[in-house]
Design a protein around this ligand. Structure first.
Ligand code: FES
Ligand SMILES: [Fe+2]
Length: 413
């Protein structure tokens, strides 16, 4: 099973991109969506996407359809979106709110906790308690919700601690989703991820992002002796000293142990406080617990499908799901304070301007990347010193794929 995928995984080389087949073949897409991505934690949405009891959000990938829902008790849970009667899909809307789930086919109804509430004309002895919705593992990491489709999900405690520790400063429970947008990139999902994991391309491709983004700490550690870099070091140093005083400074956490998470706090470009075209907050209501608005951004990157940026006034979250071998859904959500009023406290256009432009530019680059890899001339290319995070993603992909293949083979013996 998946012998071609096993062969390509065997061709992985340190410091080089993956072999062609893993990026463009139907077999790799099948393996990724049926096996690899079902063996790891996947980012679904935030607590703000399911803010009130009854709010639900649908996570869909290949043949997985998962309802994330907040119960009357305030707990968020996840369930497979298939009726326990004869299997109909219960939810068809991507998000919404309802007091219970009623299957459109024969109207079996389920509570927000997944329990079967009503099923007409069933024979004696039919126990409703045994026919609830099938649960899916879900974890809340400081307000970021992750699901796992495996029967025995991998450990999450370290990531949960590290992410919640910093993300909780932004009070995701007190935010609302101002805008949620989908964009399909005609590129393999791994290329869209790899593009996110380096800023080697940023200088020449992201004029809007470059207004406020400081690539410092994202690129290589190679020292460059210049007046400019010394000034930058001094600025970063002074910001770090300030964060230490505020008690919010943490050393960079970069995919530790067997980890799949990266947490970093960096200053914004000098004189700016938010990722907007003019560098000023997009929303008048701060979300940050600390008294002063600060030139500080927190970034969380998780393997294999998400990244998130936190500013003093808003949060932007990104999730990827593969749609086909050469098609990927990028979903972007912008969160602001729950009391912020559109048109008064924030304007959607200015809130979204930087990342709408950046997403378009990144989509174009990923599509060029996929198109070139699909040609006859492609060979596994060398990473630059600025592409260490690309290699971290690739290593995660290769090691988890090998493990998933091994357990698949073990199960079939
Ligand atoms: S399939 Fe859902 S009630 Fe029949
Ligand atoms: Fe980019």
């Amino acid at each position: 099973m998946y012998s071609s995928v096993a062969g390509w995984l065997g061709q992985d080389q340190r410091g080089r991109s993956l072999p062609q087949g893993l990026y463009i073949s139907d077999a790799a897409f099948e393996f990724d969506t049926q096996t690899l991505l079902k063996s790891v934690w996947l980012y679904a949405c935030t607590v703000a996407h399911v803010k009130n009891p009854g709010d639900f959000y649908l996570f869909e990938m290949a043949n997985a359809s998962i309802i994330v829902v907040r119960g009357r008790d305030g707990e968020v849970r996840a369930f497979h979106n298939t009726c326990s009667h004869r299997g109909a899909k219960i939810c068809t809307a991507g998000k919404g709110s309802n007091p219970r789930f009623t299957c459109p086919y024969h109207q079996w109804s389920y509570g927000l906790d997944g329990k079967l509430l009503a099923a007409r004309n069933m024979p004696d002895g039919f126990a409703k308690t045994e026919h609830g919705l099938k649960p899916v593992a879900l974890e809340n990491l400081g307000g970021l919700l992750f699901i796992c489709l495996a029967d025995n999900p991998p450990p999450i405690d370290r990531a949960k601690h590290d992410i919640a520790d910093q993300v909780s400063l932004y009070n995701l429970d007190r935010l609302k989703v101002a805008v949620q947008e989908d964009m399909a990139h005609q590129a393999n999902w791994k290329l869209v991820m790899e593009n996110n994991r380096e800023c080697y391309h940023c200088d020449s491709n992201h004029p809007e992002l470059n207004q406020t983004f400081l690539a410092y700490g994202f690129d290589s550690d190679t020292p460059v002796e210049s007046e400019e870099s010394k000034a930058c070091d001094a600025y970063v140093g002074s910001q770090i000293a300030k964060w230490k005083e505020l008690g919010i400074y943490r050393d960079l956490i970069e995919f530790p142990d067997d980890g799949w998470h990266r947490v970093s706090r960096l200053p914004m470009a000098q004189g700016t406080t938010s990722a907007t075209l003019d560098g000023q907050p997009a929303s008048r209501l701060p979300i940050w617990s600390l008294p002063e608005s600060d030139s500080s951004s927190l970034s969380v990157h998780t393997q294999p499908n998400s990244w998130h940026h936190f500013f003093c006034d808003h949060v932007v979250t990104f999730s990827l799901t593969p749609l086909g071998p050469d098609s990927t859904l990028l979903r972007t959500s912008w969160l602001v304070h729950e009391d912020a009023v559109e048109g008064q406290d924030y304007h959607t256009e200015s809130l979204c301007a930087v990342w709408r432009a950046t997403n378009r530019q990144d989509g174009h680059l990923s599509e060029l990347n996929h198109a070139g890899i699909a040609t006859d001339g492609y060979t596994q290319g060398h990473y630059s010193l600025d592409e260490q995070m690309v290699e971290a993603f690739k290593d995660f992909y290769v090691s988890r794929s090998r493990a998933a293949l091994a357990s698949l083979q073990g199960a079939s013996q």
